[in-house]
Write a protein that binds this ligand. Structure first.
Ligand code: SF4
Length: 315
């Protein structure tokens, strides 16, 4: 798989672009995730023409339509930033991004809980950075996260899983479209979708089953929309447990009573959060390989992202 294209706030890569001439290097993003990702850096404040160092900004006023104001001299740069952000977002359309990682708390780049000051100077953490808002409005289904939230193992696993799933879909789109190809893609992703949303899983099953009824272009567009909506819903221990029990059903004839019992116990311990997902998954994958279980071995759910990232060791 070629590298995944991912937008990122430039300061997270260690570039000295912050208002004070510093950076916010995040080593996990550069050294670990960076092995699989080609970053497209975006620093709204520098690219919009503000220098380094520069006066800092803050958001002021109506949380839905905040103003971007310099903190010392009280200059309003909202229109300038918004016009630049729209242009840059249009340019990013051509980059085929699979997601974006924003710098938290920034009045330009923060995707949530950015401080907004009311006219008395009292802050509330309810804002969205000017660029981040325009970007997310433009790409509503694209995976987005902040570097701070990515320290949470569940959010990290979920976000990275979405990136790889979207990349596989984008690769699929490079192939000749056909109902047969879409059915094959859907079949490989069934368990992954089930782990995110049984409801979307059913909806997509119906869509694909009735695929002949729709023009191919419309079918693909509809499929993409539901696929991305499904992945946006987070996996849980309960949903993973359902998938694992469903997988266990494929080994009715092959596993001995003891083997089934052992696997069931691991799944139950995972459900109770006494074990990470990697434990029942490892034994399950072993049986998939050993018995060459055709349907299961093609499932992206078995390895939705590189094992070297150890993401399932912590969820
Ligand atoms: S938070 Fe955004 S605007 Fe601020 S330095 Fe980082 S990339 Fe630039």
């Amino acid at each position: 798989m070629e590298k995944i294209k991912l937008g990122i706030s430039t300061c997270l890569l260690g570039e000295n672009v912050r208002f004070d001439g510093g950076h916010k290097l995040d080593r996990y993003l550069t050294d670990t995730l960076g092995q699989y990702v080609e970053y497209i850096p975006v620093c709204p404040e520098v690219e919009c023409g503000f220098g380094i160092p520069r006066e800092s900004f803050r958001l002021v006023g109506d949380p839905e339509h905040p103003r971007l104001i310099t903190t010392r001299t009280n200059q309003d740069h909202t229109e300038r930033m918004a016009a630049w952000a729209k242009k840059r977002t249009d340019e990013l359309e051509r980059e085929d991004l699979c997601g974006f990682i924003f710098k938290s708390g920034s009045p330009s780049s923060g995707m949530e809980r950015v401080k907004i000051y009311d006219y008395n100077g009292v802050p509330s953490k309810i804002g969205i950075g000017i660029f981040a808002r325009i970007f997310m409005d433009h790409f509503p289904l694209l995976p987005v996260e902040e570097e701070g939230r990515l320290h949470d193992p569940r959010l990290r696993e979920n976000f990275i899983e979405r990136l790889f799933a979207l990349k596989r879909w984008r690769d699929e789109l490079k192939e000749k479209p056909s109902l047969k190809a879409l059915v094959a893609f859907h079949t490989r992703n069934k368990l992954l979708l089930l782990a995110h949303s049984p409801q979307h899983h059913r909806q997509m099953g119906k869509l694909v089953a009735g695929g002949k009824e729709l023009p191919l272009k419309e079918l693909y567009a509809r499929y993409q929309e539901i696929f991305l909506e499904a992945l946006r819903l987070k996996t849980t221990n309960k949903k993973h447990t359902n998938v694992l029990m469903h997988m266990l059903g494929y080994f009715k004839g092959q596993l001995s009573g003891d083997e089934k019992q052992e696997l069931r116990e691991l799944i139950e311990q995972y459900r109770l959060e006494a074990l990470p997902l990697v434990v029942p998954m490892t034994l399950m994958s072993h049986y998939v390989r050993k018995y060459d279980e055709t349907y299961l071995k093609d499932q992206t759910y078995l390895q939705p992202h590189p094992a070297e990232l150890h993401l399932r060791n912590h969820v």
